[in-house]
Write a protein that binds this ligand. Structure first.
Ligand code: CA
Length: 217
């Protein structure tokens, strides 16, 4: 898997590149934002890791440039406290973010999760439940089910990897607000409605105190 690392700070990118290579990734690197779009065009990486504080152009502008022609997965790297940049980044098309300082292990896990998500993007689910993101369609035992946008998104996240426990925090940050903190009543309400609409509550299992998962049987 090929990763394009966009980072101007040598104290970060040197160990980062070495670490990613040790984890089995092929890495390309640029220290500026202006070159990003051309590099994506030329090398077609699987994932872009994009620092937002760059010396030539703003990382968010580099992100916009790439999004004009490519839907390559992009993970933005932001400084702690830079919530505004993070939210704008996600709004203009970043797929995920890491907060500096992040570990190679965390980053590798996120890169793998994103590529897994991409593979499952079109249709995912189980023998009984299918989620088709392109058609925005859900079926249970072959019968299509009408869901609201939030319910659909919630089910789509659970269906990416049936059997995996998706934490409440992850569901909240991916379906509602990337920087959510709170009690999460609306999550439980949406899950309850979703179970009712799917017609079989056992299709979504509760893992008490942790989150939810899609049943594999
Ligand atoms: Ca920087």
């Amino acid at each position: 898997m090929q990763v394009l690392v966009v980072e101007d700070d040598a104290a970060i990118f040197e160990p980062l590149i070495a670490g990613l290579r040790r984890n089995g990734f092929e890495v390309q690197h640029t220290a500026g934002g202006r070159a990003v779009a051309a590099l994506v065009k030329e090398h077609n990486p699987d994932v872009v890791l994009l620092d937002l504080g760059l010396p030539d152009i703003d990382g968010l502008d580099a992100l916009r440039d790439v999004r004009r022609f490519s839907d390559v997965p992009i993970i933005i790297a932001t400084a702690r406290g830079d919530e505004t940049d993070r939210i704008i980044g996600l709004e203009i098309g970043a797929d995920d973010y890491v907060v500096k300082p992040y570990s190679i292990r965390e980053l590798s896990a996120r890169i793998r999760a994103i590529s897994r998500r991409r593979r499952n993007e079109v249709t995912s689910g189980t023998d009984r439940v299918t989620v088709d993101r392109n058609r925005h369609q859900v079926t249970v035992d072959g019968t299509s089910v009408e869901l609201t946008a939030k319910e659909f998104e919630l089910l789509a996240v659970l269906a990416e990897d049936p059997g995996r426990v998706v934490t409440r925090q992850e569901l909240f940050s991916r379906v509602w607000d990337p920087v959510w903190v709170g009690s999460g009543k609306s999550l439980d309400v949406h899950i309850a409605t979703l179970r009712r609409k799917l017609g079989d509550p056992a299709l979504i299992e509760t893992v008490r105190g942790v989150g939810y998962r899609m049943a594999t049987q």
